[in-house]
Write a protein of this length. Structure first.
Length: 341
């Protein structure tokens, strides 16, 4: 029995979902000769619909397609890393054509997969790759990487957490223990808080981003023991916010990736990534020039990431955050000067 995946093919102003087989490369989108350029976008497994990072990316891609209807754009939302790997490897094996094609790998989970397959085969000249949340530099000038650092913004979250806590300690929740960008967020939060704290890992792989039910079940224990929760776990954070709406004992919280203050009155602020704006700019530059920056790190000073206070907490913490903003910028720079990835 064939497993199904979702292939979303963008039209000028709307999206149409088409179910296609994930077992045959014949069902992959064919770059029609009438197209000027093609973008193929691979989201993280189970990522779309997280009301967070992935959905924010989708907004940027939608805006790009509306601006550039002449570019055929495909979106894949795989069910697993194995399915994602098949999509990517099938694309790499395609013969060269006269149509430029950009393949966007929209997750740090795809870095090992990319390294494996790019070591085994070379890309044809018409192909380019954009790898999200990676600091790896490739010799091939058609392979581009970037990372949005959450260190500085998380540092400010740690400053706020210290004031909120009272006698209890904070808890950092991470999707897994292998994803470098979320580990950096943890380091920034702990530095801002000024002391070590407990860290909970939801899984050892990408499934930690899609475990909202598990998180919801654990929240009663966490609420009893901690005064602030800093969750970096994608769609799994939804379990925390759901608990906070249903039970009064919920500790103070941080939102993640987008402004999530409307999801809970316990959210003091959110670590915001303007990934929608960044991906729009990257895709636009590629559409116009055929290239993009080779390797970039965007920290709090770039404007693509920040700690944004929820409106209900601005009066309490605005001066505190403002007075430590330059400190957060400096600490982030020091962190990367001391750590090589």
């Amino acid at each position: 029995m064939l497993r199904l995946k979702i292939l979303v093919h963008f039209t000028i102003l709307s999206l149409f979902a088409v179910a296609v087989s994930s077992c045959s490369s014949a069902d992959e989108p064919q770059e029609a000769t009438t197209q000027e350029k093609v973008v193929v976008f691979l989201f993280s497994p189970g990522g779309l619909g997280d009301m967070s990072y992935n959905d924010c990316i989708l907004e940027g891609v939608q805006r790009f397609k509306m601006k550039h209807p002449e570019i055929d754009t495909y979106i894949y939302s795989p069910d697993s890393l194995q399915e994602a790997e098949k999509i990517f490897s099938d694309w790499l094996e395609r013969p060269a054509s006269n149509i430029p094609v950009l393949f966007a790998l929209g997750s740090s989970d795809y870095e090992p997969m990319a390294e494996k397959h790019l070591a085994e085969r070379s890309m044809t000249e018409n192909k380019s790759i954009l790898l999200f949340e990676s600091q790896k530099q490739y010799k091939d000038e058609n392979i581009h990487t970037f990372q949005i650092s959450m260190y500085g913004a998380s540092y400010l979250a740690g400053i706020v957490a210290k004031v909120c806590l009272g006698e209890k300690e904070p808890l950092v929740i991470l999707a897994n223990n292998s994803d470098s960008p979320i580990g950096i967020a943890k380091e920034g939060f702990i530095a801002g808080y000024g002391d070590n704290c407990d860290v909970e890992y939801l899984a050892d792989d990408w499934t930690g981003y899609v475990s909202a039910t598990l998180v919801y079940q654990k929240m009663s224990d966490w609420a009893a023991g901690y005064g602030f929760i800093f969750p970096v776990a994608g769609g799994s954070n939804g379990g925390i916010y759901r608990y906070s709406r249903e039970f009064d004992d919920c500790p103070y919280l941080a939102g993640m990736d987008i402004d999530q203050s409307n999801l809970s009155n316990k959210i003091t602020g959110s670590v915001i990534k303007h990934i929608d704006r960044l991906i729009y700019e990257y895709l636009t530059e590629w559409a116009l020039s055929g290239s993009m920056p080779e390797n970039q790190l965007y920290g709090i000073e770039s404007g693509y990431v920040d700690w944004q206070l929820s409106s209900r907490y601005k009066d309490s913490f605005y001066e505190l955050v403002s007075s430590h903003r330059q400190e957060a910028i400096n600490k982030e720079k020091e962190y990367y000067e001391a750590n090589t990835y």
